[in-house]
Write a protein that binds this ligand. Structure first.
Ligand SMILES: [Zn+2]
Length: 168
């Protein structure tokens, strides 16, 4: 039988309970965390797995934005800008700023393996933030290509600009 060490308290564990390793000091089952090879509680392992998945999702979003940003910059109308946007601990987005007449930005969220691009619109003047929806549907619209996502984002920002113009 191999001796194992609880990664939380560093206690050597030789105990078994219900066929699983047990840390007497922490009073917890110990399972092997495949990512690090260390022995941790179920809760810690789940937490680590979620954190690792989250990191992978963030890294993947950075790659996708790097890959598609030049295309987005070519696709926006003249006078518009597409740029990279990322806040700490969050996925990377392509941001498209409306021209000067509207204080609004659209955020394109890259595919995550389950869906295509999602598009949100944030109007800083009104403080309104919303995702684009499918026609008549209750689901957020998913765009298969960056072209389609940029076109939808530009259209939505033009609507924001038109509303802004009516307010003036
Ligand atoms: Zn322990």
């Amino acid at each position: 039988m191999t001796d194992i060490v609880c990664s939380r308290c560093q206690t050597l564990s030789r105990l078994w309970r219900q066929g699983l390793r047990w840390c007497e000091a922490c009073e917890t089952y110990l399972v092997n965390d495949a990512g690090t090879g260390t022995w941790v509680s179920f809760v810690d392992r789940d937490h680590r797995q979620r954190a690792a998945e989250n990191e992978r999702a963030i890294a993947q979003s950075v790659d996708l934005v790097d890959e598609h940003l030049p295309e987005a910059q070519r696709l926006v109308p003249e006078g518009w800008a597409a740029r990279r946007h990322q806040t700490d601990g969050a996925r990377c987005h392509v941001a498209i700023d409306a021209p000067a007449d509207a204080n609004a930005t659209s955020y394109l969220s890259p595919p995550d393996g389950r869906s295509g691009w999602y598009v949100r619109v944030h109007n800083r003047t009104t403080g309104i933030d919303y995702p684009l929806y499918t026609d008549g549907g209750a689901r957020a619209a998913s765009f298969d290509t960056i072209e389609a996502a940029v076109a939808a984002a530009v259209e939505a920002l033009r609507v924001e600009s038109a509303k802004e113009a009516r307010r003036r």
